[in-house]
Design a protein around this ligand. Sequence first.
Ligand SMILES: Cc1cc2nc3c(=O)[nH]c(=O)nc-3n(C[C@H](O)[C@H](O)[C@H](O)COP(=O)(O)O)c2cc1C
Length: 359
Amino acid sequence: MSVNLYPLIRPILFRMDAENAHKIALQALKWKLVPADHTPHDARLRQSILDMDFSNPVGISAGFDKNAFVIDEAQRLGIGFMEAGSVTPKPQYGNPRPRLFRDPHSRSVINRMGMSNEGMNVFADRYDHFRKHGTTPDAVVGINIAKNKDTKDPAADYLTLIEKFGLTADYLAVNISSPNTPGLRTLQGREILLPLLDALVAKRDQICAGARSTPLFIKLAPDLADDECEDIANVIIESGVDGLVLANTTTDRPESLPQPFRDETGGLSGPHVRNKSTAIIRTFYQLTGGKLPIIGVGGISSGIDAYEKIRSGASLVQLYSALVFEGPALIGKIKHDLAALLARDGFNNIKDAVGVDVE
Ligand SMILES: Cc1cc2nc3c(=O)[nH]c(=O)nc-3n(C[C@H](O)[C@H](O)[C@H](O)COP(=O)(O)O)c2cc1C
Protein backbone atom coordinates (compact mmCIF):
# COMPACT_ATOMS: atom_id res chain seq x y z
CA MET A 1 0.00 0.00 0.00
CA SER A 2 1.37 3.43 -0.87
CA VAL A 3 1.02 6.23 1.68
CA ASN A 4 -1.74 8.74 0.98
CA LEU A 5 -0.08 12.14 1.31
CA TYR A 6 -3.02 14.09 -0.10
CA PRO A 7 -4.50 15.07 3.30
CA LEU A 8 -1.19 16.85 4.00
CA ILE A 9 -0.94 18.56 0.61
CA ARG A 10 -4.61 19.49 0.29
CA PRO A 11 -4.59 22.50 2.67
CA ILE A 12 -1.77 24.05 0.62
CA LEU A 13 -3.62 23.52 -2.65
CA PHE A 14 -6.83 24.91 -1.14
CA ARG A 15 -5.11 28.15 -0.11
CA MET A 16 -4.27 28.78 -3.78
CA ASP A 17 -6.45 29.91 -6.64
CA ALA A 18 -8.20 26.75 -7.89
CA GLU A 19 -6.78 26.91 -11.41
CA ASN A 20 -3.22 27.34 -10.16
CA ALA A 21 -3.74 24.43 -7.79
CA HIS A 22 -4.88 22.27 -10.69
CA LYS A 23 -1.80 23.23 -12.71
CA ILE A 24 0.42 22.23 -9.80
CA ALA A 25 -1.42 18.94 -9.42
CA LEU A 26 -0.88 18.18 -13.12
CA GLN A 27 2.80 19.09 -12.85
CA ALA A 28 3.19 16.83 -9.80
CA LEU A 29 1.62 14.02 -11.81
CA LYS A 30 3.94 14.77 -14.72
CA TRP A 31 6.98 14.52 -12.45
CA LYS A 32 5.64 11.27 -10.99
CA LEU A 33 5.43 12.79 -7.51
CA VAL A 34 1.98 11.28 -7.06
CA PRO A 35 2.10 7.75 -5.58
CA ALA A 36 1.11 4.97 -7.97
CA ASP A 37 -1.98 2.86 -7.28
CA HIS A 38 -1.31 -0.74 -6.30
CA THR A 39 -4.87 -1.99 -5.85
CA PRO A 40 -4.83 -5.63 -7.01
CA HIS A 41 -6.59 -6.26 -10.33
CA ASP A 42 -9.98 -7.87 -9.92
CA ALA A 43 -11.27 -9.95 -12.84
CA ARG A 44 -14.80 -8.82 -12.03
CA LEU A 45 -13.93 -5.31 -13.18
CA ARG A 46 -12.42 -6.28 -16.52
CA GLN A 47 -14.54 -5.95 -19.66
CA SER A 48 -14.36 -5.31 -23.37
CA ILE A 49 -16.60 -2.66 -24.93
CA LEU A 50 -16.64 -1.74 -28.64
CA ASP A 51 -13.28 -3.48 -29.08
CA MET A 52 -11.64 -1.61 -26.22
CA ASP A 53 -10.25 -3.59 -23.28
CA PHE A 54 -10.85 -1.98 -19.91
CA SER A 55 -8.92 -3.40 -16.95
CA ASN A 56 -11.45 -1.60 -14.75
CA PRO A 57 -14.39 0.76 -15.36
CA VAL A 58 -13.10 3.81 -13.47
CA GLY A 59 -11.89 6.68 -15.65
CA ILE A 60 -11.01 10.35 -15.40
CA SER A 61 -13.43 12.66 -17.20
CA ALA A 62 -12.86 15.46 -19.68
CA GLY A 63 -11.53 18.76 -18.37
CA PHE A 64 -8.92 17.23 -16.07
CA ASP A 65 -6.30 16.97 -18.82
CA LYS A 66 -7.49 19.31 -21.54
CA ASN A 67 -4.18 19.34 -23.40
CA ALA A 68 -3.07 15.70 -23.26
CA PHE A 69 -0.29 16.80 -20.90
CA VAL A 70 -0.39 13.83 -18.49
CA ILE A 71 -2.18 11.01 -20.34
CA ASP A 72 0.74 8.66 -19.79
CA GLU A 73 1.45 9.60 -16.16
CA ALA A 74 -2.24 9.54 -15.18
CA GLN A 75 -2.25 5.78 -15.81
CA ARG A 76 -0.22 5.47 -12.58
CA LEU A 77 -3.40 6.33 -10.67
CA GLY A 78 -4.89 2.95 -11.59
CA ILE A 79 -7.55 4.24 -13.98
CA GLY A 80 -9.20 1.96 -16.51
CA PHE A 81 -9.34 4.76 -19.08
CA MET A 82 -9.08 8.48 -19.52
CA GLU A 83 -10.94 11.06 -21.56
CA ALA A 84 -8.58 13.87 -22.54
CA GLY A 85 -9.84 17.28 -23.81
CA SER A 86 -12.04 19.05 -24.57
CA VAL A 87 -9.86 20.03 -27.48
CA THR A 88 -10.93 22.57 -30.12
CA PRO A 89 -9.44 23.08 -33.61
CA LYS A 90 -7.77 26.40 -32.72
CA PRO A 91 -6.21 27.24 -29.37
CA GLN A 92 -8.39 29.50 -27.22
CA TYR A 93 -7.88 31.30 -23.92
CA GLY A 94 -11.40 30.75 -22.58
CA ASN A 95 -13.12 33.08 -20.12
CA PRO A 96 -11.29 35.63 -17.98
CA ARG A 97 -9.87 34.35 -14.69
CA PRO A 98 -10.90 33.54 -12.03
CA ARG A 99 -13.12 30.91 -13.67
CA LEU A 100 -12.82 27.87 -11.42
CA PHE A 101 -14.26 27.75 -7.88
CA ARG A 102 -14.33 25.09 -5.13
CA ASP A 103 -16.57 24.82 -2.11
CA PRO A 104 -14.89 22.41 0.32
CA HIS A 105 -17.97 22.18 2.54
CA SER A 106 -20.29 20.78 -0.15
CA ARG A 107 -17.38 19.29 -2.12
CA SER A 108 -18.67 21.08 -5.21
CA VAL A 109 -16.94 22.80 -8.09
CA ILE A 110 -18.22 25.54 -10.38
CA ASN A 111 -16.29 26.16 -13.58
CA ARG A 112 -16.69 28.57 -16.45
CA MET A 113 -13.38 27.77 -18.10
CA GLY A 114 -14.93 28.37 -21.52
CA MET A 115 -13.08 25.48 -23.15
CA SER A 116 -9.61 26.90 -22.65
CA ASN A 117 -7.08 24.70 -24.44
CA GLU A 118 -3.95 24.78 -26.56
CA GLY A 119 -5.69 23.58 -29.73
CA MET A 120 -5.64 20.37 -31.74
CA ASN A 121 -2.10 20.58 -33.13
CA VAL A 122 -0.41 20.77 -29.72
CA PHE A 123 -2.78 18.07 -28.44
CA ALA A 124 -2.06 15.80 -31.42
CA ASP A 125 1.73 16.11 -31.01
CA ARG A 126 1.51 15.07 -27.36
CA TYR A 127 -1.01 12.33 -28.07
CA ASP A 128 1.04 10.83 -30.91
CA HIS A 129 4.17 10.98 -28.75
CA PHE A 130 2.29 9.09 -26.03
CA ARG A 131 1.23 6.36 -28.47
CA LYS A 132 4.75 5.99 -29.89
CA HIS A 133 6.96 6.57 -26.87
CA GLY A 134 4.76 6.50 -23.75
CA THR A 135 5.22 3.96 -20.99
CA THR A 136 1.56 2.89 -21.29
CA PRO A 137 0.87 3.16 -25.03
CA ASP A 138 -1.96 0.60 -24.88
CA ALA A 139 -3.97 2.50 -22.27
CA VAL A 140 -7.51 3.38 -23.33
CA VAL A 141 -7.67 7.10 -24.07
CA GLY A 142 -10.72 8.81 -25.52
CA ILE A 143 -10.53 12.28 -27.00
CA ASN A 144 -13.27 14.77 -26.15
CA ILE A 145 -13.81 17.23 -29.00
CA ALA A 146 -15.52 20.63 -28.98
CA LYS A 147 -16.07 23.62 -31.22
CA ASN A 148 -14.23 26.93 -30.93
CA LYS A 149 -16.22 29.73 -29.34
CA ASP A 150 -15.97 32.03 -32.37
CA THR A 151 -16.66 29.48 -35.08
CA LYS A 152 -19.35 30.33 -37.62
CA ASP A 153 -19.86 26.65 -38.46
CA PRO A 154 -19.88 24.28 -35.46
CA ALA A 155 -20.25 21.18 -37.65
CA ALA A 156 -17.07 22.11 -39.57
CA ASP A 157 -15.12 22.25 -36.29
CA TYR A 158 -16.23 18.76 -35.24
CA LEU A 159 -15.50 17.40 -38.74
CA THR A 160 -11.99 18.88 -38.60
CA LEU A 161 -11.41 17.20 -35.24
CA ILE A 162 -12.70 13.85 -36.47
CA GLU A 163 -10.32 14.12 -39.40
CA LYS A 164 -7.48 14.90 -36.99
CA PHE A 165 -8.14 12.22 -34.38
CA GLY A 166 -10.53 9.76 -36.06
CA LEU A 167 -7.84 7.18 -36.75
CA THR A 168 -5.80 7.49 -33.57
CA ALA A 169 -8.27 7.98 -30.68
CA ASP A 170 -9.63 4.91 -28.90
CA TYR A 171 -12.96 6.70 -28.93
CA LEU A 172 -14.18 10.21 -29.62
CA ALA A 173 -16.57 12.04 -27.31
CA VAL A 174 -18.47 14.88 -28.94
CA ASN A 175 -19.05 17.61 -26.39
CA ILE A 176 -22.30 19.45 -27.13
CA SER A 177 -23.15 20.07 -23.51
CA SER A 178 -20.70 22.43 -21.83
CA PRO A 179 -22.70 25.36 -20.41
CA ASN A 180 -19.73 27.70 -20.87
CA THR A 181 -19.63 28.00 -24.65
CA PRO A 182 -22.50 30.22 -25.78
CA GLY A 183 -25.01 28.30 -27.92
CA LEU A 184 -23.31 24.92 -27.53
CA ARG A 185 -26.21 23.27 -25.74
CA THR A 186 -28.60 24.31 -28.52
CA LEU A 187 -26.87 21.64 -30.65
CA GLN A 188 -28.78 19.13 -28.51
CA GLY A 189 -32.06 20.19 -30.21
CA ARG A 190 -33.49 17.61 -32.63
CA GLU A 191 -33.48 19.78 -35.82
CA ILE A 192 -29.82 20.65 -35.42
CA LEU A 193 -28.66 17.39 -33.87
CA LEU A 194 -29.79 14.94 -36.54
CA PRO A 195 -27.94 16.52 -39.49
CA LEU A 196 -24.94 17.16 -37.24
CA LEU A 197 -24.66 13.54 -36.07
CA ASP A 198 -25.32 12.22 -39.58
CA ALA A 199 -22.41 14.32 -40.83
CA LEU A 200 -20.11 13.25 -37.99
CA VAL A 201 -20.87 9.55 -38.43
CA ALA A 202 -20.33 9.86 -42.21
CA LYS A 203 -16.97 11.58 -41.65
CA ARG A 204 -15.93 8.93 -39.13
CA ASP A 205 -16.89 6.19 -41.62
CA GLN A 206 -14.90 7.90 -44.36
CA ILE A 207 -11.81 8.42 -42.18
CA CYS A 208 -11.90 4.91 -40.76
CA ALA A 209 -12.71 3.08 -44.02
CA GLY A 210 -10.80 -0.19 -43.99
CA ALA A 211 -9.59 0.37 -40.42
CA ARG A 212 -11.21 0.01 -36.98
CA SER A 213 -14.33 2.14 -36.76
CA THR A 214 -13.50 4.55 -33.93
CA PRO A 215 -16.55 4.73 -31.64
CA LEU A 216 -18.34 8.06 -31.46
CA PHE A 217 -19.79 8.97 -28.08
CA ILE A 218 -21.99 12.01 -27.49
CA LYS A 219 -21.70 13.89 -24.21
CA LEU A 220 -24.97 15.42 -23.02
CA ALA A 221 -26.09 17.79 -20.29
CA PRO A 222 -27.89 16.53 -17.18
CA ASP A 223 -30.41 19.38 -17.52
CA LEU A 224 -32.50 17.90 -20.33
CA ALA A 225 -36.27 17.51 -19.97
CA ASP A 226 -37.86 14.10 -20.58
CA ASP A 227 -39.23 15.02 -24.02
CA GLU A 228 -35.80 16.33 -25.06
CA CYS A 229 -34.24 13.03 -23.96
CA GLU A 230 -36.74 11.12 -26.07
CA ASP A 231 -35.99 13.23 -29.15
CA ILE A 232 -32.25 12.88 -28.65
CA ALA A 233 -32.44 9.11 -28.09
CA ASN A 234 -34.33 8.72 -31.39
CA VAL A 235 -31.78 10.86 -33.22
CA ILE A 236 -28.89 8.94 -31.70
CA ILE A 237 -30.30 5.57 -32.70
CA GLU A 238 -31.13 6.85 -36.20
CA SER A 239 -27.68 8.32 -36.79
CA GLY A 240 -25.64 5.32 -35.71
CA VAL A 241 -23.74 6.96 -32.87
CA ASP A 242 -22.01 4.32 -30.70
CA GLY A 243 -22.37 5.52 -27.12
CA LEU A 244 -23.19 8.25 -24.63
CA VAL A 245 -21.33 10.14 -21.93
CA LEU A 246 -23.84 11.16 -19.25
CA ALA A 247 -23.46 13.81 -18.08
CA ASN A 248 -21.76 17.18 -18.12
CA THR A 249 -22.03 19.84 -15.39
CA THR A 250 -25.40 21.34 -14.40
CA THR A 251 -26.60 24.94 -14.46
CA ASP A 252 -28.71 24.22 -11.33
CA ARG A 253 -27.89 26.09 -8.13
CA PRO A 254 -29.29 24.27 -5.10
CA GLU A 255 -30.34 26.60 -2.26
CA SER A 256 -28.04 24.79 0.14
CA LEU A 257 -24.87 26.03 -1.60
CA PRO A 258 -23.18 28.89 0.25
CA GLN A 259 -22.78 32.45 -1.05
CA PRO A 260 -20.82 33.81 -2.85
CA PHE A 261 -19.93 30.41 -4.39
CA ARG A 262 -23.55 29.82 -5.40
CA ASP A 263 -23.65 33.04 -7.46
CA GLU A 264 -20.72 32.15 -9.70
CA THR A 265 -21.88 31.45 -13.26
CA GLY A 266 -20.79 28.22 -14.93
CA GLY A 267 -21.35 24.51 -14.58
CA LEU A 268 -21.76 22.91 -11.17
CA SER A 269 -20.22 19.49 -10.53
CA GLY A 270 -19.79 17.21 -7.53
CA PRO A 271 -22.43 15.65 -5.23
CA HIS A 272 -25.25 17.98 -6.34
CA VAL A 273 -25.14 16.64 -9.90
CA ARG A 274 -25.07 12.99 -8.83
CA ASN A 275 -28.79 12.19 -8.77
CA LYS A 276 -29.52 14.20 -11.90
CA SER A 277 -26.78 12.37 -13.75
CA THR A 278 -27.97 8.96 -12.51
CA ALA A 279 -31.54 9.80 -13.53
CA ILE A 280 -30.53 10.70 -17.07
CA ILE A 281 -28.44 7.53 -17.33
CA ARG A 282 -31.53 5.49 -16.44
CA THR A 283 -33.65 7.44 -18.92
CA PHE A 284 -31.25 6.87 -21.81
CA TYR A 285 -30.61 3.24 -20.88
CA GLN A 286 -34.36 2.72 -21.08
CA LEU A 287 -34.86 4.76 -24.26
CA THR A 288 -32.05 2.95 -26.10
CA GLY A 289 -33.02 -0.49 -24.80
CA GLY A 290 -29.60 -0.85 -23.15
CA LYS A 291 -27.98 -1.26 -26.58
CA LEU A 292 -25.61 1.71 -26.41
CA PRO A 293 -22.76 1.76 -23.90
CA ILE A 294 -23.07 4.62 -21.43
CA ILE A 295 -20.20 6.29 -19.59
CA GLY A 296 -21.69 7.53 -16.32
CA VAL A 297 -20.22 10.69 -14.80
CA GLY A 298 -21.41 13.21 -12.23
CA GLY A 299 -20.89 13.32 -8.49
CA ILE A 300 -19.12 9.99 -8.08
CA SER A 301 -17.01 9.93 -4.92
CA SER A 302 -17.27 6.33 -3.71
CA GLY A 303 -17.65 2.74 -4.81
CA ILE A 304 -21.32 2.95 -3.87
CA ASP A 305 -21.83 5.98 -6.16
CA ALA A 306 -20.09 4.17 -9.02
CA TYR A 307 -22.13 1.02 -8.41
CA GLU A 308 -25.36 3.02 -8.47
CA LYS A 309 -24.44 4.45 -11.88
CA ILE A 310 -23.63 0.97 -13.17
CA ARG A 311 -26.87 -0.56 -11.88
CA SER A 312 -28.66 2.38 -13.54
CA GLY A 313 -27.20 1.55 -16.96
CA ALA A 314 -23.60 2.81 -17.11
CA SER A 315 -20.96 0.37 -18.36
CA LEU A 316 -18.12 2.67 -17.38
CA VAL A 317 -17.79 5.57 -14.95
CA GLN A 318 -15.68 8.72 -14.75
CA LEU A 319 -14.93 11.29 -12.10
CA TYR A 320 -13.32 14.65 -11.71
CA SER A 321 -14.58 16.85 -8.85
CA ALA A 322 -14.15 14.21 -6.14
CA LEU A 323 -10.46 13.94 -7.07
CA VAL A 324 -10.06 17.60 -6.14
CA PHE A 325 -11.34 16.98 -2.61
CA GLU A 326 -10.24 13.40 -1.95
CA GLY A 327 -7.04 13.12 -3.99
CA PRO A 328 -5.91 10.42 -6.39
CA ALA A 329 -6.01 7.52 -3.88
CA LEU A 330 -9.78 7.64 -4.34
CA ILE A 331 -9.49 5.71 -7.60
CA GLY A 332 -8.01 2.63 -5.95
CA LYS A 333 -10.61 2.81 -3.19
CA ILE A 334 -13.49 2.99 -5.69
CA LYS A 335 -12.14 -0.03 -7.59
CA HIS A 336 -11.71 -2.00 -4.39
CA ASP A 337 -15.19 -1.15 -3.08
CA LEU A 338 -16.85 -1.72 -6.44
CA ALA A 339 -15.35 -5.21 -6.72
CA ALA A 340 -16.58 -5.98 -3.18
CA LEU A 341 -20.10 -4.76 -4.02
CA LEU A 342 -20.22 -6.89 -7.17
CA ALA A 343 -19.05 -9.92 -5.17
CA ARG A 344 -21.57 -9.22 -2.41
CA ASP A 345 -24.42 -9.24 -4.93
CA GLY A 346 -23.20 -12.35 -6.75
CA PHE A 347 -22.06 -10.72 -9.99
CA ASN A 348 -19.07 -12.45 -11.58
CA ASN A 349 -18.49 -9.55 -13.94
CA ILE A 350 -19.44 -5.91 -14.02
CA LYS A 351 -21.29 -6.49 -17.32
CA ASP A 352 -23.90 -8.52 -15.43
CA ALA A 353 -24.69 -5.58 -13.14
CA VAL A 354 -25.17 -2.96 -15.87
CA GLY A 355 -28.75 -1.68 -15.83
CA VAL A 356 -30.15 -4.23 -13.36
CA ASP A 357 -32.09 -1.47 -11.55
CA VAL A 358 -33.79 -0.31 -14.74
CA GLU A 359 -37.10 -1.89 -15.69
C1 LIG B 1 -12.83 22.30 -14.08
C2 LIG B 1 -13.68 21.44 -14.96
C3 LIG B 1 -13.48 21.46 -16.32
C4 LIG B 1 -14.26 20.66 -17.16
N1 LIG B 1 -14.01 20.68 -18.50
C5 LIG B 1 -14.72 19.88 -19.32
C6 LIG B 1 -14.43 19.83 -20.70
O1 LIG B 1 -13.52 20.49 -21.20
N2 LIG B 1 -15.20 19.02 -21.49
C7 LIG B 1 -16.21 18.25 -20.97
O2 LIG B 1 -16.87 17.52 -21.73
N3 LIG B 1 -16.48 18.25 -19.65
C8 LIG B 1 -15.76 19.03 -18.82
N4 LIG B 1 -16.03 19.03 -17.47
C9 LIG B 1 -17.14 18.20 -16.95
C10 LIG B 1 -16.63 16.88 -16.37
O3 LIG B 1 -16.02 16.09 -17.35
C11 LIG B 1 -17.81 16.08 -15.74
O4 LIG B 1 -18.74 15.77 -16.75
C12 LIG B 1 -18.51 16.85 -14.62
O5 LIG B 1 -17.58 17.59 -13.85
C13 LIG B 1 -19.28 15.93 -13.66
O6 LIG B 1 -18.44 15.01 -13.01
P1 LIG B 1 -17.88 15.23 -11.50
O7 LIG B 1 -19.07 15.56 -10.65
O8 LIG B 1 -17.22 13.93 -11.15
O9 LIG B 1 -16.92 16.36 -11.58
C14 LIG B 1 -15.27 19.83 -16.61
C15 LIG B 1 -15.46 19.80 -15.23
C16 LIG B 1 -14.70 20.58 -14.40
C17 LIG B 1 -14.94 20.53 -12.91
